[in-house]
Design a protein around this ligand. Sequence first.
Ligand code: SF4
Length: 292
Amino acid sequence: MGFKGYVIRPFDPWRSRLCTCPPKYSFDPYTGCEHGCLYCYASSYIKDFYSCRPKKDLLRKVRRDLSKIPANSLISMSNSSDPYTPMEARLKLTRRCLEEFAKYRIRLLVITKGALVSRDIDLLKRLRCAVTMTITTIDKDLSRRLEPRAPTPSTRLNALSTLSANGIPVGMRLDPIIPFLNDDRVEELLKEAKNVGVRHVVASTFKPRYDSWRRMVEEFPEEMRKLERLLKMGERIGRSWYLPREFRFKLMKEVAETCRRLGLTFACCREGFPQLHTAKTCDGSHLIEGFD
Ligand code: SF4
């Protein structure tokens, strides 16, 4: 089956040999994102990325694609944007997609920074789903500089708490960890996550591409000067710069160990260390009811 023109299509992160995700479909209701995260890599392959726009004729295409994919399919929403970007409050496009999803026997993994996700609890309860919220720091001021238009960390944690209290399984993406910037209060953040009901953590190190690096250097020149020295000892994989393997392993191992102590499962994203994973999936899709 070809997927040309489809809005729900097989997830294929550039056929990365480091990706350990289970087979799944990828779906983005919006093109681009309003949250404005400086480290975002999606801006390197989506034109006018920060001027977010709804996908054209979306609901018709969603209905068409849902009728073609097998029952029980896993859909990951979203990988290259955010389904709860600020304009969703007004447009309710993601919400209308959830209404369509609820007519099918699919499994849904929501990936977001938008606290607005808790608006849709009524629909999420009808779906087999899990929500993973990306939170990179507990520090409100740092978050404001790194992710200028995303909800504050405490707002995101509150949303997770509400979801969890309503029976929706929740995970957290600690992604990316940027040495010299947000790697110092990880334990504090993980404790908060545990307190609001998070069960699984996905972590990843910062892997800059040309444009995300430029934005980071502009905002954090001193820290990025230090980071640059480390990156020069690392390697280039695809279009991303990776920190040295031993450095990444040590960092991921520390997070994995903290998660173990707190009773959270752990996995890393595109790092190449599956030996550190303590859950059945890296992305948190095992949290969804009906995981096989
Ligand atoms: S929320 Fe996600 S997609 Fe949107 S700018 Fe931030 S990292 Fe990129």
